[in-house]
Design a protein around this ligand. Sequence first.
Ligand code: SF4
Ligand code: MG
Length: 283
Amino acid sequence: MTDRNLVTPAENTWCPGCGNFSIEFALKAVISDLVRGGQSLDEIVLVTGIGCHAKMADYLNINSFYSLHGRTIPAATGIKLANPKLKVICCAGDGDCYAEGLDHLIFAAKRNIDISVIIHNNRVYGLTTGQYTPTSPLGFRGRSTPGGTTELPINPLELMLASGATFVARGYTRKMEQLRSLVMQGLAHRGFSFIDLLQICATYNNTTDYYNEHVYDLENHDISSFEDAFTKAREWDYNADARIALGLFYQHVMPTYEDRVFAHPPDNTDRLKGIEEILQKKM
Ligand code: SF4
Ligand code: MG
């Protein structure tokens, strides 16, 4: 098993310099490591949304499901519940998962379903040529906002922590070793893992210089402290001078959604009886 086995013959159409290449590289490396360690490749499934990120399903030679825009999480949830043995990875975009798919993301975190969500957060709609997304900075000029956005961006880490996510991390596509490590840790986590990846969009939002100047690695950080994680997540506020922490912010192990669903299978008998009684009365 080599990384080469994981590549399909599909022509790669990402722009030169796109951060998606780093994410593909990290995923290949991590999946190869897992398979070498005994994980069955047949039991890994990738779910993508719609956007530049979604081509990952074309390029990685693994079981995959190309879902609808914003709908990676419901598809992944269904796959996981149908076969809890599967390791389910969701790759989604910021426009994909923080806009149309936001409610699904919040509920997946709340449920602690055992899936790994990797957000290719380039803070722009790349595939549709440069419209603003929920994480675009204030004043962002793009196709749909030529005069600059008048909205402040959301803070995905803060949102995920508040929603109950049990693994919350942030990486950057120009920091490969850390990116690979975070993906490996996220996939190893039992429960809902969330990684917000600051991804360079070389064509419509090239923030490389800005990130290079502002990112730093979390050190001596207590990943078991929700309060510390929240404080660090809030550090990168709307101020352009703020520092941007990278690494694992928070990890907490607790029963998963599947644990609860399968430990207490719903007993429909009484419910159906109730419905039958109501119907009888109406007749
Ligand atoms: Fe990557 Fe941006 Fe090109 Fe899409 S438009 S492939 S995100 S560089
Ligand atoms: Mg995007």
